[in-house]
Design a protein around this ligand. Structure first.
Ligand code: NAP
Length: 282
């Protein structure tokens, strides 16, 4: 590690977010309202089951209720939508998170669209995405929001910087590109058909890796002093950047684990509390 490289500590950022929620959860408890997150898991993918468990445990530690709906691997789109609609109609549920990927026979987009906008705490509906694009989403997707929260926490200037995002998925690469654009960065979004990827990444003052390929981003792809945010979470706790090589070149970098991941979970809790407060105000 070069002497100046700042390790962007996701646990620190997550703790600050969770700390800010404690009094809000307590205030609602006085009024008899307990924020509640429903997670929906289809099938028996062990990694997805672990993520859902982690989210449930994080809720519990903060006094947020969590409901886990587990559906079998052979669930149809219609059955999944019916389960989501039940949660939409349940007034005690404030946020709904459909863990993805879902099994192949399910129309994932249709299932996401079934989530009521008021409970779309992970910004997965087209309306939630569009609101985020315009810059007024109540609940932007949690991982993109976590990346922005890390930049904000460490007071890293974004305006006028060139941000290079590798990945364009609707829950990560695209929304974080739009959020950086809304913060006045100049944004280049790369994907699997991008030509000369390394040359483009080398232009980035800020580089976001959201590829889903372990240790994909190489140290010699980076401009000296780049800020690196690694959203990747591959089996074995491995990120999408070659951490050892990149931290030698970067001025700041998120590790994996303990980088973007814990902030994503804290953001999900925050959105659930936001959603519950909105109901409490009605
Ligand atoms: P995804 O839906 O598979 O999207 C991957 C993106 O990477 C696609 O846009 C794809 O391009 C692009 N890509 C693939 N190969 C590429 C290549 N050789 N060069 C350039 N771009 C390439 O994945 P995702 O859901 O966005 O997730 C990305 C990563 O973030 C994964 O490691 C995932 O585990 C992680 N993640 C972490 C969190 C967290 O809380 N930390 C949350 C969600 C996801 P095309 O569009 O052209 O196919």
């Amino acid at each position: 590690m070069s002497a100046e490289t700042v390790i962007l500590d996701g646990n620190r950022v997550a703790d600050a977010i969770k700390e800010s929620l404690l009094s809000r959860v307590a205030n609602m408890a006085e009024k008899g309202i307990v924020p509640c997150l429903a997670t929906v898991l289809v099938g028996d993918d062990p990694a997805s089951a672990t993520y859902v468990r982690m989210k449930g445990n994080a809720c519990k530690r903060l006094g947020i209720q969590s409901i886990r709906v587990v559906l079998p691997e052979h669930t149809t789109t219609e059955e999944l939508i019916a389960a989501i609609n039940k949660l939409n109609d349940d007034e005690s549920v404030h946020g709904i998170l459909l863990q993805h990927p879902v099994p192949k026979q399910i129309d994932e987009r249709a299932a996401f669209e079934a989530i009521s906008i008021d409970k779309d705490v992970d910004g997965v509906t087209t309306l939630g995405f569009a609101q985020n694009a315009f810059g007024f989403a109540e609940f932007p997707s949690c991982t993109p929001a976590a990346i922005i929260a890390i930049l904000d926490y460490y007071q890293i200037p974004v305006e006028g910087k060139h941000a290079v995002v590798i990945g364009r998925s609707p829950i990560l690469g695209k929304p974080v590109s739009l959020m950086l654009l809304n913060k006045n960065a100049t944004v280049t979004t790369c994907h699997s058909k991008t030509a000369n990827l390394a040359d483009i990444v080398r232009l980035g003052d800020i580089v976001v890796a959201a590829v889903g390929k372990p240790q994909f981003v190489q140290g010699d792809w980076l401009k000296s002093g780049a800020i690196v945010l690694d959203a990747g979470y591959n089996p074995g706790n491995i990120g999408d950047v070659d951490y050892e090589a990149c931290e030698k070149v970067a001025s700041a970098i998120t590790p994996v684990p303990a980088g973007v991941g814990p902030v994503t979970i804290a953001t999900l809790l925050k959105h659930t509390v936001d959603a519950a407060e909105k109901v409490a105000r009605k």
